[in-house]
Write a protein that binds this ligand. Structure first.
Ligand code: CUA
Length: 341
């Protein structure tokens, strides 16, 4: 990951606190590392000399008089006690204190005491599934996937959950990792301070394609965010070309509609049940997204074609079946999907 995606380039309130804690822990750990490594190296170094004296040591162990003499070595236990128990206890206590203080200072959704925050807070429902993120704005009737758009300069409340296994939502520059659990809702408040694109990942191993479960957080100025919302609130564009109309028909007849929904002017195309929504991303504004397939591929016609015709090649064990369409129909379907701005 490039530095621009690391916690050290924090640009959100939560992430800044996490980065400060990271530095504090690193500074505490450095002397411990130096001392332990130093002792280790010196022990290894000295043991080469001692090996020559091995016979004498064995003598001491067998001879009671010699053992008596070695009692004075008991004094050597004091540094071991200090280095091995007292100092580690102090360092760990300091690390614990720093962590607890940071935890309390983090902007937390739970500060509001419930999953229903005050009316002005933008709420985003994020659902992790193997291996993509559903992103919904319940106050605005917007649903997208693998992209979290948010306004800068104000806290945004994320409600995280999962349909299958434990995932972890992590946009390193904006905030700490938060688990998305199958049976519970975790809250995370993000507070972006500058507009920009912030790469995010799933940070909990969740199966074969864990590494391909990516997303991006896009922070807008408030006006830009409102514009994005109103664009996403709109229903899908109607086909303007015969090829696109044919593609829309294929979307409904070729199987896509079993798991995907397109909100059209005449109502939802495809299955709009909650179960279906959880199987595959809402495609209403598919063409407006930067990336597809759990954020792992650029949203180009070529990549979309590769994905639709052989999903398992790009993502083993995906539940998406391959589309077996003649070339001409495949191109029609692609044209329709590409028209969904
Ligand atoms: Cu989802 Cu790792």
């Amino acid at each position: 990951m490039s530095r621009s995606g690391t916690i050290l380039a924090a640009l959100g309130r939560g992430a800044e606190l996490v980065a400060q804690l990271g530095w504090a822990l690193a500074i505490m750990a450095l002397p411990v590392f130096v001392v332990v490594t130093g002792v280790l190296v010196s022990v290894i170094w000295n043991s080469r000399g001692r090996r020559a004296q091995g016979d004498r040591t064995r003598q001491v162990a067998l001879d009671p008089a010699a053992r008596q003499a070695s009692v004075s070595e008991g004094r050597a236990e004091r540094p071991i006690l200090v280095l091995g128990a007292v100092i580690p206890a102090l360092v760990v206590a300091a690390a614990l204190a720093a962590s607890v203080i940071t935890l309390q200072r983090l902007p937390s959704g739970s500060q509001e005491g419930s999953t229903e925050p005050n009316r002005d807070t933008v709420v985003i429902d994020i659902v992790g599934s193997q291996w993509w993120w559903s992103v919904a704005y319940p106050q605005h009737g917007v649903v997208t996937a693998n992209e979290v758009h948010l306004p800068v300069g104000q806290p945004v409340l994320l409600r995280l959950t999962s349909t299958d296994v434990i995932h972890s939502f992590w946009v390193p520059r904006l905030g700490g990792k938060t688990d998305a659990l199958p049976d519970d809702t975790n809250l995370l408040t993000l507070h972006a301070e500058e507009p920009g694109r912030y790469p995010g990942v799933c940070a909990e191993f969740c199966g074969l394609n864990h590494a391909r479960m990516r997303m991006v957080a896009v922070a807008h100025e408030p006006a830009g965010f409102a514009q994005w919302l109103s664009q996403q609130q709109g229903t899908a564009a109607d086909p303007t070309k015969p090829q696109e109309t044919e593609g829309r028909g294929l979307f409904l007849s070729a199987g896509c509609a079993a798991c995907h929904t397109i909100r059209s002017g005449t109502g939802p195309l495809g299955s709009d049940s909650a179960t279906a929504r959880r199987r595959g991303p809402d495609l209403t504004h598919l063409a407006s997204r930067e990336r597809i397939v759990g954020g792992s591929l650029d949203n180009t016609r070529e990549e979309l074609r590769r994905w639709i015709t052989d999903p398992a090649q790009l993502k083993e064990e995906t539940i998406m079946p391959p589309a077996t369409l003649p070339d001409e129909q495949l191109e029609a379907l692609l044209s329709y999907l590409e028209s969904l701005q």
